[in-house]
Design a protein around this ligand. Sequence first.
Ligand SMILES: Nc1ncnc2[nH]cnc12
Ligand SMILES: [Zn+2]
Length: 337
Amino acid sequence: MSLPDALSRLPKAELHLHVEGTLEPELAFALAQRNGVRLPYGDVEELRRAYDFADLQSFLDLYYACMPVLVTAADFHDLTAAYLARAHADGVAHAELFVDLQVHLGNGVSADDVLDGMTSALAAAGERWGMTGGVILCVVRDRPVETAHAALDAVAHRVHDLVGIGLDSAEVGYPPSLFVSVFDRAAAMGLHRVAHAGEEGPPAYVREAVELLGVERVDHGIRAVEDPDVLALLVGRGIALTVCPLSNVRLRAVPDLAAHPIRALLDAGVQVTVNSDDPAYFGGYAADNYAALLALGFTAEEFAGLARTSVRASFAADDRKAELLAGIDAWEAAGPV
Ligand SMILES: Nc1ncnc2[nH]cnc12
Ligand SMILES: [Zn+2]
């Protein structure tokens, strides 16, 4: 089997995945019809043609415009189940899924419907394929901080259905320091903490995420490469980055793949994982993001290393991590090429 084909058999954890970013145009229109919701696009082709992004904000405008099609627990179940099936085919054995709960609450959907749909799909994937994973409530940073607290209020009775809290959406102008009260509260509720930082925002936002929010992983974090002190902070604390190569190219966080700092980050000693972010919009699921690195000369040994880091940086139980690491050893020993 060739190395590109073998990448979908490499056991891996996906740690940076927005469930709403897995909404394929066909499902968007099916749900719009099911719920009597009008999308601001005529058909699947017109929607797909709009996937030409100049930056993060131009993507977010379209991403949020599609979200009103998600109304019922069944919608969240179907969306999550479709992603998990696709991820399973890509060798994803553990998946931690972000959800922008504030947006859904604002659309009149209940937190229980969102979580019922997602957790039932995760449970079914566990039974069917032995997949593990969980839900990370992502704070939408360009909405008022009170609405983030309201989202925490809405899930307080079922914190056991979440693995963590995150921070996403428009980055520049919304530094992590604005969200200390939300993250302190989430930590007290027993949630793991992660945050998007250093995607479009400066390395100082990566430092704030680590020092003020106490995050265990930084999502994207690629602009850390611009500041040796921030790199040293990540290396010193063993904080992993959840890098999304195809997303960074499509949202023009980097001019092209050749200019992506993933190698520089690895060379600096940073723990790096590879993920798909919003795969329905960026042209590739987990294995496609690994395969993109073939163009940068990544070897089978390096891919196995990236997968090991994804497992170690995950919030899976220790025995599950051991099981997945054994699977990666077996993949490498079998000699994929
Ligand atoms: N790449 C990204 N950055 C920030 N917020 C997001 N929400 C969905 N995708 C995102
Ligand atoms: Zn993201």
